[in-house]
Design a protein around this ligand. Structure first.
Ligand SMILES: *[C@@H]1O[C@H](CO)[C@@H](O)[C@H](O)[C@H]1NC(C)=O
Ligand SMILES: *[C@@H]1O[C@H](CO)[C@@H](O)[C@H](O)[C@H]1NC(C)=O
Ligand SMILES: *[C@@H]1O[C@H](CO)[C@@H](O)[C@H](O)[C@H]1NC(C)=O
Ligand SMILES: *[C@@H]1O[C@H](CO)[C@@H](O)[C@H](O)[C@H]1NC(C)=O
Ligand SMILES: *[C@@H]1O[C@H](CO)[C@@H](O)[C@H](O)[C@H]1NC(C)=O
Ligand SMILES: *[C@@H]1O[C@H](CO)[C@@H](O)[C@H](O)[C@H]1NC(C)=O
Ligand SMILES: *[C@@H]1O[C@H](CO)[C@@H](O)[C@H](O)[C@H]1NC(C)=O
Ligand SMILES: *[C@@H]1O[C@H](CO)[C@@H](O)[C@H](O)[C@H]1NC(C)=O
Ligand SMILES: *[C@@H]1O[C@H](CO)[C@@H](O)[C@H](O)[C@H]1NC(C)=O
Length: 660
């Protein structure tokens, strides 16, 4: 059949085949109806079709059958329509509670079997063995309600099994015999069980085991870690209080160790001869990384290959300088969310690229010259820094990202060289009380929000290559008119939100590359000036005091502007017809258009700007015109009447005098 169907394009093949099969089946054997499975060459996809068994009339030699999300209850030769040619069988999310013993014996090509999300605990209760898994290399038994011992009925004879998942079951113990029928295992996942106990030697006979995932269990301690061949060990989300390796000179192959979210109070005692690259001890209860307080005294293990160390979310008060030489090849160090008050690096850590020291209580930071030649990102937000020694930034020739938000910094005035002197005779003088960014050549991203900054002096960022500058949430910030000079060709993002600015002194039109500006939540009454050379693409003016938007500026912006936020301003409806035109006729998107309202003299409530028409304002001006004309006419008439009266009375007077 498939010979006739060598349709040249795959699309046509996919579309036609199910149809044709259905027709052929319908005419040949009327009682059986093949549901619309997708057939692509030797692969058949029957996902979510309420099937109780595999369709008959599958292509001969079918290799892959996806029967996931169906209603299969018993798995027998019959439910698989007597095919044995499968390489890959996916039975995920069915209701299988029985498997015919020996079913997989003759399936000598079956390499991948997915039985996850079924009811195999029901089968295991009957204590029947499913027989040999002759060729199966990858077996998924996750989410089957299996508890301790039940996996034995599936694994007893699985000589080729390399990859096993028992995730999300209810296993409490890994016994010595659990894997004795599956000696080829390379990777075992036991994530999300309730393992409390691992019997001695449970993994010892698995010579090829390289990956073991025991995350999200209830393990409390590992006292004799001796899996020398293991490369990846995940013990995250257990209740581990102690991790200890024996004091042997055996070589370990371990590369990745995840001990995050446990209850370690001491730094883990790692194998002495190791090649560990990745170590995660975040979210534990470490108070010190000194192992000298631990039961095994005075042991310091060198981590010569370590490039990633995560110690965040612990209770560390210090990272002793003596620790750093033990992790000489480190590239990423995360010690954020601890209680570190001062941090210093004197040794050269030539490979260090990222240091995350955010959310500590840092008051002082000292990097010796040349100590961090490769550092690119330094995260210092959420600390108590009032100053940064000039030396610190000067000793970071490659620093690109500097996160300093939520501190208490002041920015030095480059004109006032006093602080420079302080730097020069550092030993005698008090440290400068401000931080100087000028001449930090490679700096591109600088975050200074929430620092209680009051002034931004002229040339504060001269001789840097800043692309992004965040000065938000510094209410009352007084920016010198030249504070951004030097950034004419580099600055792309400027964030000035929530600064209570009523007038911007700084001329933003000089910043030729500026594309994204956030001025939301200020007190602006007029737009910053921009001209035709501007390249602003997104502008946020939400929540200011803007009544009118200068038409010339709007016209200049219209060329490049793509996104404009304007909500929550006391706009006048009729004085912003230019803006209205842009909203209605240009490609500029106003995402908060729903909240852009304006005031119209004739209406008591503000109206949405989209409902304003030119006519509303014309009518008003015509009305005004008429009023003016009427008032003028009235005045003229009154004057005339008065004049006439006046003349008459004079006449009368004259008459009277004449009489007299
Ligand atoms: C199965 O199909 C039904 C509709 O036929 C759909 O509502 C349901 O979300 C599908 N389930 C899955 C897991 O794809
Ligand atoms: C396996 O194959 C043998 C002979 O080829 C056959 O007798 C037996 O019934 C088959 N068993 C299963 C479970 O398919
Ligand atoms: C192991 O099995 C899991 C789950 O079935 C699968 O995601 C993974 O790709 C397999 N890995 C290998 C190396 O076969
Ligand atoms: C372990 O792996 C090697 C090489 O991949 C293989 O030759 C050997 O048979 C495997 N051992 C077991 C017990 O499967
Ligand atoms: C360890 O397991 C946890 C939880 O399943 C997971 O989030 C984490 O990414 C894993 N760690 C590694 C290094 O793969
Ligand atoms: C620690 O910082 C690194 C690098 O900044 C990051 O990749 C990691 O996710 C952080 N750890 C936690 C627990 O957030
Ligand atoms: C720094 O570490 C914290 C966790 O402590 C994490 O949330 C944050 O994302 C990290 N920063 C970066 C940029 O990786
Ligand atoms: C910027 O660099 C130039 C030349 O190197 C120098 O003359 C100038 O003083 C520097 N400006 C600041 C503010 O550091
Ligand atoms: C904002 O500025 C106004 C004066 O322009 C001042 O009265 C007010 O207190 C300031 N608010 C804050 C939060 O600084």
């Amino acid at each position: 059949m498939s010979h006739q169907l060598k349709v040249s394009t795959m699309v046509a093949f996919q579309l036609l085949f199910p149809l044709l099969v259905s027709c052929v089946v319908a005419s040949a054997s009327p009682p059986h109806h093949l549901p619309p499975c997708q057939v692509v060459q030797m692969d058949v996809f029957c996902r979510n079709l309420s099937l109780k068994s595999a369709p008959v009339n599958l292509p001969h030699g079918v290799q892959m059958l996806d029967l996931s999300h169906n209603q299969v209850q018993t798995l027998t030769q019959e439910t698989l329509a007597y095919y044995t040619s499968f390489h890959h069988l996916n039975l995920h999310s069915n209701k299988i509670h029985f498997i015919q013993p020996g079913l997989f014996k003759n399936m000598t090509d079956l390499k991948v079997l997915d039985l996850s999300r079924n009811h195999l605990n029901v089968f295991a209760v009957s204590k029947i063995n499913i027989g040999p898994l002759t060729a199966i290399e990858s077996l998924d038994l996750s989410s089957n309600g299996l508890y301790t011992g039940m996996s034995d009925y599936f694994l007893a004879d699985s000589p080729s099994l390399a990859n096993l998942s028992l995730n999300s079951n209810s296993i409490t113990k890994v016994a010595q015999s659990t894997f004795s029928g599956s000696l080829s295992l390379e990777k075992i996942s036991l994530h999300n069980n309730i393992i409390l106990e691992i019997e001695d030697g449970a993994f010892d006979s698995l010579n090829n085991l390289t990956e073991l995932d025991l995350s999200k269990n209830s393990i409390t301690c590992i006292t004799d870690f001796n899996l020398y061949k293991l490369k990846v060990l995940n013990l995250s989300k257990n209740s581990i209080e102690l991790f200890q390796s024996p004091r042997t000179s055996h070589e370990y192959d371990l590369l990745q160790l995840d001990l995050s979210e446990n209850k370690l109070t001491y730094f883990p005692l790692l194998p002495r001869i190791n090649v560990i690259k990745y170590l995660d001890v975040s979210r534990n209860q470490l108070q010190s990384i000194d192992t000298s307080g631990s039961p095994e005294k005075n042991i310091r293990v060198k981590l010569c290959h370590l490039w990633y160390l995560d110690l965040s979310y612990n209770q560390l008060t210090t990272i002793p300088e003596s620790f750093l030489p033990f992790i000489r090849s480190i590239e990423v160090l995360n010690v954020s969310n601890n209680c570190i008050g001062s941090f210093s690096i004197a040794n050269q850590l030539q490979k260090m690229k990222v240091i995350n020291l955010s959310y500590n209580s840092l008051q002082s930071l000292i990097f010796e010259k040349n100590s961090l030649q490769s550092l690119e990102k330094l995260f210092l937000q959420g600390n108590h820094l009032t100053t940064l020694d000039h030396q610190v930034l000067q000793s970071l020739p490659n620093i690109k990202y500097l996160h300093l938000q939520q501190n208490n910094l002041k920015i030095c005035d480059p004109q006032n060289k006093e602080h420079m002197h302080e730097v020069m005779d550092q030993n005698n003088q008090a440290p400068p009380s401000c931080v100087s960014f000028s001449s930090v050549k490679n700096l591109q991203f600088l975050y200074l929000s929430e620092n209680n900054l009051l002034t931004l002096p002229a040339n504060a960022f001269a001789n840097t290559s800043l692309k992004l500058l965040d000065l938000s949430l510094n209410p009352g910030l007084d920016m010198d008119k030249d504070s951004l000079s030097g950034l004419e060709h580099s600055l792309v993002h400027l964030l000035l939100k929530e600064n209570n600015i009523s007038r911007l002194n700084t001329d933003l039109s000089a910043l030729r590359n500026l594309k994204h500006v956030d001025l939301s939540t200020n007190q602006l009454t007029s737009l910053p000036r921009w001209n035709k050379e501007s390249s602003i693409e997104s502008l946020n003016l939400q929540n200011n005091n803007l009544v009118t938007l200068e038409y010339s500026t709007m016209l200049a912006l219209e060329r490049s502007l793509k996104t404009l936020y304007m909500g929550s301003n006391p706009l006048s409806c009729c004085k912003n017809l230019g803006f209205l035109h842009i909203v209605q006729h240009s490609a500029v998107v106003v995402p908060d258009i729903e909240t852009v309202t304006c005031f119209h003299e004739e209406l008591s409530e503000p109206v949405n700007i989209e409902t304003v028409t030119r006519e509303m304002c014309h009518r008003q001006s015509t009305l005004n015109y008429i009023t003016v004309v009427i008032v003028t006419l009235l005045v003229v008439m009154i004057v005339l009447v008065l004049l006439v009266k006046c003349c008459r009375s004079r006449k009368r007077k004259r008459n009277r005098s004449f009489k007299a």
